[in-house]
Design a protein around this ligand. Structure first.
Ligand SMILES: Cc1ncc(COP(=O)(O)O)c(C=O)c1O
Length: 382
């Protein structure tokens, strides 16, 4: 057995060839947009990364700079960074004990203490669903925008915006990619401009000509004309420019959606095998009960001596050291770049003891049984 938690987890040889030779056209891109528009009942903007979807949604809201965005206190640095890039600040809602998401009660308490919260991002960590209906009701009552970040999960019925990620190791894995779906008709993308690669491509040539003809006249005039016509690429584009995804990703993404049901069934089966075979004392019962409603992107277990289990499994060629999440705002090495200040004790504890088992397509049912047995064996040695 040679099993990795990540490192191309979702790819088999078929995918290797598909990605090497993937092609796509504008029509393929349009087809993906139409598909997502219908699936999520909104308007889709295809992007290069999921984090851009969050950033753009926040920019579209055009909120006062004092506004705060509340995020799950157990998340990825990319989510934090997207809020900061949008010029807003973050508040952290701790996760519920025995869960990976904040609860409606925790949200209510947070809102009482911070009237500046104008946006909530929920994320269904590792696929385990947050209580989205109740959270959406609270948001409506308090006039708060809800962003459903579906990087790990499915859903998308309740948010004003849906953010999707198609990046490595995600549920829909097309190596890179993201999408913003605007469901609230009050907001739209009309003022957005696609970052113009043609302008970038021509920039060295145009500036070369300008520089070399400047001293005897034409350079100055060409520069003026190009500036008036807005044909020179600018380092700091004041427009809300976005980087879209190249068409060749789009067919990969669409195929992943076509296979989603199979993928979910398979992951559910693997997660169920883990839950039935692994010693219950290292599982969270709430998560186990939720396996049928989860995408089961990973199967989390909770152990005090995590490093020892990682090295025990490594000896059997099972590599599970890639931990989602090893800090409240993960990865741990980025924590110092945030303003996190111990607001989330539950997340701090969980991030020290969580270990995720793989459920991807390169793990068979037999592997899952064997991994479970190895873990039980390790527990007995403790
Ligand atoms: C919950 C969540 N949202 C968003 C992202 C960012 O996705 P992307 O890498 O496509 O920007 C991540 C990254 O892992 C994530 O865990």
């Amino acid at each position: 057995m040679n099993i990795f938690n990540s490192l191309g987890s979702n790819y088999n040889l078929n995918f290797v060839f598909k990605s090497l030779f993937a092609a796509g056209s504008r029509q393929d891109k349009k087809a993906l947009e139409d598909f997502l528009n219908e699936k999520f009942d909104g308007k889709t903007l295809l992007l290069y990364k999921g984090r851009q979807a969050i950033e753009i949604a926040l920019k579209l809201l055009d909120l006062p700079k004092t506004s705060v965005v509340a995020i799950n206190g157990f998340t990825c640095f990319a989510v934090y960074q997207a809020v900061i890039n949008a010029g807003l600040s973050v508040d952290y809602i701790d996760i519920e004990k025995g869960d990976l998401n904040f609860s409606p009660n925790q949200l209510r308490n947070k809102l009482k203490g911070n009237p500046d919260i104008k946006v909530i991002i929920i994320q269904n960590t590792l696929g385990y669903p947050a209580q989205v209906e109740e959270i959406a009701t609270i948001c409506k009552e308090n006039n708060i925008i809800l962003i459903e970040d579906l990087a790990h999960s499915v859903g998308g019925k309740f948010g004003d915006f849906v953010a999707l990620s198609f990046s490595q190791d995600k549920l829909i894995d097309a190596i890179s990619g993201g999408a913003l779906i605007c469901k609230n008709k009050k907001y739209n993308f009309d003022n957005l401009e696609e970052k113009d690669e043609i302008k970038d491509r021509l920039y060295p040539l145009l500036t070369y000509v300008i520089r070399n003809t400047y001293s005897f006249g034409p350079g100055k005039i060409i520069h003026k004309i190009l500036k008036i016509l807005d044909l020179l690429s600018k380092p700091m584009d004041e427009n809300l420019a976005f980087s879209t995804i190249a068409p060749w990703y789009c067919n990969l993404i669409k195929e992943e959606f076509d296979n989603l049901e199979n993928n979910l069934n398979r992951r559910r089966k693997i997660a169920s095998i883990y839950s039935q075979n692994i010693d219950q004392k290292i599982l969270f019962s709430r998560l186990v009960k939720n396996i049928p409603n989860s995408t089961n992107l990973r199967f989390p277990i909770f152990v005090e001596n995590r490093a020892s289990l990682i090295s025990f499994l490594k000896k059997q060629n099972i590599f599970v050291s890639d931990i989602w999440y090893d800090a409240p705002i993960a990865p741990k090495k980025y924590m110092l770049q945030t303003d996190y200040n111990h607001q989330c004790p539950n997340a701090e504890k969980i991030s020290e003891i969580i270990l995720n088992l793989p459920t991807h397509k390169n793990v068979s049912e037999k592997d899952a049984v064997q991994i479970s047995q190895l873990i039980n064996q390790w527990i007995k040695q403790q």
